[in-house]
Design a protein around this ligand. Sequence first.
Ligand SMILES: Cc1cc2nc3c(=O)[nH]c(=O)nc-3n(C[C@H](O)[C@H](O)[C@H](O)COP(=O)(O)OP(=O)(O)OC[C@H]3O[C@@H](n4cnc5c(N)ncnc54)[C@H](O)[C@@H]3O)c2cc1C
Length: 341
Amino acid sequence: MDDTHFDVIVIGGGTAGLSGALTLARARRSVLVIDAGEPRNAPADGIHGYLTRDGLAPSDLVRLGEDEVTRYGGQVVRARATSARADGPGFAVGTDDGREVTARRLLVTTGLVDELPDIPGLRDLWGHDVLHCPYCHGWEVRDQPVGVLATSPFAVHQALLFRQWSPDVTLFLHTSPDPAPDEWEQLAARDIAVVDGEVTALETRDGRLSGVRLTSGRVVPRRALAVMPRFVARGDVLAGLGLAAVDHAMGVGQHVAADVAGLTSVPGVRVAGNVTDLMAGVVGAAAAGVAAAAALNADLVADDARRAVEQRRSPFSAASGARVAEIVTGERRHGLTPARS
Ligand SMILES: Cc1cc2nc3c(=O)[nH]c(=O)nc-3n(C[C@H](O)[C@H](O)[C@H](O)COP(=O)(O)OP(=O)(O)OC[C@H]3O[C@@H](n4cnc5c(N)ncnc54)[C@H](O)[C@@H]3O)c2cc1C
């Protein structure tokens, strides 16, 4: 087996990348996954909302996924891809452990970085008591005192959302402008308290969130705090291909633009998961990885057919001479009229 050239290199082996790699390996494509081993949900204790995998540790999902990929002949290496460039009709990828590998196609599934508000204590609690996604962890904080830190135009929406999980929700306006009149009305109607003033720190007791401290010195007791990170695609490795992350239409961060099957503006390079779909959860990222991989396989099938036709037509190919009769028979069998001189 050639360990330096592959049909597809997958950069990023989280849910999207491993799902794509599994699809490609089962399609009998040679596939290499290069993964730096830092899935976005690593801080969380368990994954929720992924049917049949409820509560599974993120590291276990990756381990099980890697087992499945390798069972079908895919290869996985723990490394960071540091460069990607066009290389003849395909691509070359360099890694931080000194490898250079090539492939006919690339699937980029490097995920995103959550840029968090710069408040002392917040980062340490990220993924536990500091949350962003109610569908991922709302159930775990149900009926508890929840705060929502206003850092984006979606803060009121986020507060109304968390109200579905807890009757005790407080919106901290922090440095954001006041809600609009209709939003005040909604907040009041849903019994959501609103606290003025900048948040200066998060207080903890026994390693768990106990309260939100304001500039005034007041501490509002809370067990969980919802924040809205800025979502930034990890797309640096694409720079050598002329692809860059662009502002997302919703104003929530930056992503690599692509269609539903991960098609980018660079032929042969597809993307899937959070690197392009900033809102995708684990199931969505897995599904996108499968869709992009199936599209890549279809690209390769078309490429294989094109090459085979070219080879067959070539007067210098093995198909000339003795094989011509066989080809003519084949054309007849396929209902084609063979060209005769
Ligand atoms: C705290 C937290 C909890 C969450 N909980 C849930 C939940 O319960 N349920 C749910 O549905 N969703 C949850 N999510 C969302 C979930 O994390 C994403 O949906 C999912 O991780 C997206 O998968 P992905 O494959 O696109 O990216 P990732 O899982 O982030 O995988 C990307 C992989 O690419 C690698 N990588 C990046 N750059 C390179 C490079 N240059 N070279 C090699 N490898 C690279 C990374 O190391 C990483 O392993 C949570 C998110 C957070 C932040």
